[in-house]
Design a protein around this ligand. Structure first.
Ligand SMILES: NC(=O)c1ccc[n+]([C@@H]2O[C@H](COP(=O)([O-])OP(=O)(O)OC[C@H]3O[C@@H](n4cnc5c(N)ncnc54)[C@H](O)[C@@H]3O)[C@@H](O)[C@H]2O)c1
Length: 349
């Protein structure tokens, strides 16, 4: 491996953020961008001074490409990962890793077999506020955590579901609705903070859109640790509210909206001062995607693209590996099963 990683991006919706990040990343050369829509590839290639490729199989034949960011519709991810692994390319894949556990496992296995790295995007884990919460839990500062809830009350128009070929809100390509597409980030944070989920019970429905999949879901959760929690995820909450994470433990409460700390009330001698410091330190707005899909913050993407390049250069795992990205999808699929069957669904150990 040379000292410069050859980068390519396939799928140029959110993939534009990957391409722009790769063009700026240290130790990296953006070789090509790829989209079946020729104009998308041409425009991006012109902006970033790289090659435009219109056929993914052609991209995989290139020996100067070491890693591919896969940013196509969700139901295509695993097949494209398997092909990349077979061609000896490392992969950074957009969320969700894919939309079934069988496909996710096939992708993870192909990368293992062909000895390539599989990194997965969950950019909200890289937010400084998320990192601080994770640390407060792992160091025991919050004490035993026993209650947590997340709310992703967003708004999406009908037009949002109909554009770009209409893949969003379909079972075949989106794999679900407001949970699998939008809330998956926050469900990942919930399980990252609270540990593995044991079981779920849920209701889902479609209220404000003409789509196949849910646009509203409510689930109650039991964690392996014994803690309990809840998830509300919707794209039917006009005009869209801030994403909320609230965690309660023996020593107090942490409350975050988007990437902003609202409360950091952990019992101790300097409780009020520490809370004021944390609120001031983590006042960032983070993700503003509650009403506008283009409002997704891309600093986390840039961080994950740079991390992927570094992982290749340093021959280590990327910050979020495939098996980590599997958890949120497993939880969401259990929620769908519960909503379908009317029963509490237990996740496999
Ligand atoms: N991390 C985030 O915040 C974030 C934000 C948006 C989307 N996403 C994820 O990224 C993925 C793409 O979503 P999007 O909103 O960018 O969708 P999009 O429809 O805007 O873009 C997908 C692109 O893939 C292209 N494409 C489809 N099939 C292809 C093929 N065979 N070869 C090459 N190009 C092909 C399409 O032409 C399109 O330009 C989804 O999995 C989605 O969940 C993640």
């Amino acid at each position: 491996m040379s000292k410069t990683v050859g980068y390519a991006v396939v799928g140029l919706g959110v993939g534009k953020a990957h391409a722009r990040a790769a063009a700026k990343a240290k130790g990296c050369r953006l070789v090509a961008v790829c989209d079946i829509v020729k104009s998308k590839a041409d425009d991006m290639a012109a902006e970033l001074n790289c090659e435009a490729i219109y056929d993914y199989d052609e991209l995989l034949k290139r020996s100067d490409i070491d890693v591919v960011s896969i940013c196509t519709p969700s139901g295509m991810h695993s097949d494209m990962i398997v092909k990349a692994a077979e061609a000896g390319k490392h992969v950074l894949v957009e969320k969700p890793l894919d939309i079934t556990l069988e496909k996710i496992d096939a992708a993870i296995e192909a990368c293992r077999k062909h000895n390539v790295k599989l990194g997965a995007i969950f950019q909200n884990r890289l937010n400084p506020a998320s990192q601080a919460i994770k640390e407060a839990i792992t160091t025991g500062a919050l004490g035993r955590t026993y209650l947590a809830n997340v709310q992703v009350k967003w708004w999406r128009t009908q037009e949002y579901y109909e554009k770009d070929g209409g893949w969003r809100g379909t079972w075949a390509m989106d794999g679900g609705g407001s949970l699998m597409n939008q809330s998956v980030h926050t469900i990942d944070l919930l399980q990252w903070f609270m540990g593995p989920v044991k079981s779920v019970f849920a209701f889902t429905d479609i209220f404000a859109h003409d789509i196949e999949t849910e646009d509203a879901a409510v689930a109650v959760v039991r964690f392996e640790s014994g803690a309990i929690g809840s998830i509300i995820g919707t794209t039917a909450a006009y005009p869209g509210l801030d994403t909320t994470v609230q965690i309660h433990g023996e020593n107090g409460t942490i409350y975050m909206t988007d990437a902003k700390i609202q409360r950091w009330a952990i019992r101790g001698p300097r409780e009020k001062e520490v809370e004021a410091e944390m609120i001031a330190r983590f006042a960032g707005k983070g993700d503003a995607a509650s009403a506008d899909p283009s409002g997704i913050a891309t600093t986390g993407h840039a961080g994950q693209v740079q991390d992927m390049v570094n992982a290749i250069l340093e021959d280590r795992d990327p910050v979020i590996v495939g098996s980590e990205a599997r958890h949120a999808v497993e939880i969401i699929l259990a929620i769908y099963e519960s909503a379908r069957t009317g029963k509490e669904v237990f996740l496999k150990k």
